[in-house]
Design a protein around this ligand. Structure first.
Ligand code: 5AD
Ligand code: SF4
Length: 457
C-alpha cells in the first residue's frame, strides 16, 4: 500500500539531506541505497525536514492517486525555499522515470523541481546534485540492464531494528496490462547470491531477526555463474540456512511460476515463515486474460491447493483490483467467490486506475463507471473483512511465536509484534525486549489484529 515514510536524512559536510519515501517496500529499500550513496560522499543526516538543504522524494506511479499525493507534497514544500535559499528538491523513483523532464518544467503549476533521478541512477546522485547546485539541468532517467546495487550496503535508518528488507532483484518483464512497473523499473535482473548472503550476515551481526527478500517477481530470480544456476528456492534455502533464529520472508510471488519445489523448500526450513503473498488481481479467467496475467482461475486455484497440501496452515494474502476494463457484474462476482474459496487471511484492495502508456491504456477502454468501481471495491473490502475476522478467530486458543517489534501504539504497557503468519499480535509487556521471540496464547481478536497473553514456560 502506498504510504509515506520519513526515512533517514543524510549531509555533505554541513549539507543535510532528507528523504521521504512513497510506494512499495522496493522503494523503501531503494531509499536505504540512496542514503548509503550520499553518506559515502560525506553527506549527513537532517533531524528535521526544515533543516534540510536537499529534500528527496522517492516516488510511486502505481496509481494516479499515488502521483497526485506526491505532486501535492511538492507544491507544499515550495515555501521552504524562502527559509532555506539554495534548497534543492529532487524527485526519485518511478515518477521520475515516468514523467522525466516534464517534472523540471512544472513551475507554471506551482511545482519547482531541481533534480530528477530514475531508479537506476542512484549512483549518479552526487553528480546530479552538483549539477543542480550550479543551476544546470540535473536529470538521469536511463534504465540499466544490469544495475542491482549489489555492492552497496544499504543504510538501515531504523538503527537497532528487528526486521529488514533485502532487494534480490530489480525490474519486471511480466507486462500485466494495468501496470506501469515494467516501464518505470525496466528489465528484470537478479543480484549475485553471494552479495545477498553477505548482506544477510551483516544484518544478523547487527541484531536483526527477520529479513524479507524483495523483488517484483521473486520466483523468476536466477543467477548464472560458470554454468551453475541459482534459482529462487536455492537462494531462499541458502539465506535460511545462515541462522535458524533468523525469520525469512519474501515478496512478491507471481501465481504463474510459484513452484512445488519452492513450497517444499519452505516446508524444509522452520525459519522460513509460512506466509505467502500471491496476488490474484481478479477471480475471472476472462478478466485475467485481458490483464495479461498468464494464468486462469483454475491455474490459480491449483496453486492454492498445492500450498494448502504442502504447507498446511500457511497464511495466504493477495492483491485485488476492482473495476478493470470491461469487468462485468458476473466477473466481479467471480472475484468475490474466489476470495471465499481461498479464504484469504489478508488482502490489499484497489480500484483500477488507468496508467498512461500501459497495455490496458492502449488496448482496452477504462469503461467501468467510477461509482460502480467504488461499489465493487467496497464489496471486496467487506468480504475481506469477514474473511480476516474468520481467519483471526481460528487463531484464538493457539500459541503463536511472536517477534517483538516495539510498543503498541495504543497502549504504553502493551507490546506489538508479528506472528509467523504475519499477523499483528498485541500483548502485555512482561519485561521483553525488541527482537525477543515470545510465545503468546491468543485470547481475542478483531479483523485486523490478534490479542494474547505470554505463556509462562
Ligand atoms: N490500478 C489499480 N491497482 C493497480 N495495481 C497495479 N497497477 C494498478 C493499477 N493501474 C495493484 C495490483 C498490484 C499492486 C501492487 O497494485 O494489485 O499487485
Ligand atoms: Fe510504486 Fe510499483 Fe514503483 Fe513500487 S515499483 S514505487 S509500487 S510504481
Amino acid at each position: 500500500m502506498p504510504q509515506k515514510k520519513d526515512i533517514n536524512q543524510v549531509t555533505k559536510v554541513n549539507k543535510q539531506i532528507y528523504i521521504e519515501t512513497y510506494g512499495c517496500q522496493m522503494n523503501f529499500s531503494d531509499s536505504e541505497i540512496v542514503a548509503s550513496v550520499m553518506m559515502s560522499e560525506g553527506f549527513d543526516v537532517a533531524k528535521k525536514l526544515p533543516e534540510a538543504d536537499v529534500i528527496l522524494l522517492n516516488t510511486c506511479s502505481i496509481r494516479d492517486h499515488a502521483e497526485q499525493r506526491v505532486l501535492n507534497r511538492l507544491r507544499e514544500l515550495q515555501h521552504l525555499r524562502k527559509k532555506r535559499p539554495g534548497l534543492i528538491i529532487g524527485v526519485l523513483g518511478c515518477m521520475a522515470e515516468r514523467l522525466k523532464s516534464d517534472l523540471l518544467e512544472g513551475e507554471d503549476k506551482g511545482i519547482r523541481v531541481d533534480m530528477v533521478a530514475g531508479p537506476d541512477a542512484y549512483r549518479q546522485l552526487p553528480q546530479l546534485l552538483m549539477d543542480a547546485e550550479s543551476g544546470q539541468k540535473a536529470i538521469n532517467v536511463l534504465l540499466s540492464a544490469d544495475e542491482t546495487y549489489a555492492d552497496i550496503s544499504p543504510v538501515r535508518y531504523a538503527a537497532g531494528g528487528v526486521s529488514a528488507f533485502i532487494s534480490i532483484m530489480r525490474g519486471c518483464e511480466n507486462f500485466c496490462a494495468y501496470c506501469v512497473v515494467p516501464f518505470t523499473r525496466g528489465k528484470e535482473r537478479s543480484r549475485n547470491p553471494e552479495s545477498v548472503l553477505s548482506e544477510t550476515r551483516a544484518l544478523i551481526q547487527d541484531g536483526y531477526r527477520e529479513v524479507t527478500l524483495l523483488g517484483q517477481n521473486v520466483n523468476s530470480y536466477l543467477w548464472k555463474d560458470d554454468g551453475v544456476r541459482t534459482g529462487f528456492s536455492e537462494l531462499l534455502g541458502m539465506v535460511a540456512a545462515l541462522d535458524p533464529k533468523l525469520r525469512v520472508r519474501f515478496a512478491t510471488s507471481h501465481p504463474k511460476d510459484i513452484s512445488d519445489n519452492l513450497l517444499h523448500r519452505m516446508a524444509e526450513y522452520p525459519n522460513i515463515c509460512k506466509a505467502i503473498h500471491l496476488p490474484v488481481q481478479s477471480g475471472s479467467t476472462a478478466v485475467l486474460s485481458r490483464m495479461n496475467r498468464k494464468y486462469t482461475r483454475t491455474d490459480y486455484l491449483d496453486r492454492i491447493r498445492a500450498i494448502k497440501e504442502i504447507l498446511p496452515g500457511c497464511a495466504i494474502s493477495t492483491d485485488l483490483i476492482a473495476g478493470f476494463c470491461g469487468e462485468t457484474e458476473e466477473e466481479h462476482m467471480e472475484t468475490l467467490s474466489l476470495m471465499e474459496e481461498v479464504g484469504y487471511d489478508f488482502a490489499f484492495m484497489f480500484k483500477y486506475s488507468e496508467r498512461p502508456g500501459t497495455l490496458a491504456a492502449k488496448k482496452h477502454k477504462d469503461d467501468v463507471p467510477e461509482k460502480v468501481k467504488t461499489r465493487r471495491l467496497n464489496e471486496i473490502i467487506e468480504k475481506q473483512q469477514q474473511l480476516s475476522l474468520i481467519s483471526n478467530q481460528q487463531d484464538i486458543g493457539s500459541v503463536q511465536e511472536v517477534l517483538v517489534e516495539g510498543r503498541s501504539k495504543r497502549s504504553e504497557d502493551q507490546l506489538m509484534g508479528r506472528a509467523e503468519n504475519n499477523k499483528v499480535v498485541i500483548f502485555p509487556d512482561e519485561s521483553f525486549s525488541q527482537g525477543d521471540y515470545v510465545k503468546v496464547e491468543i485470547t481475542a481478536c478483531s479483523s485486523a489484529t490478534l490479542k494474547g497473553i505470554p505463556v509462562k514456560e
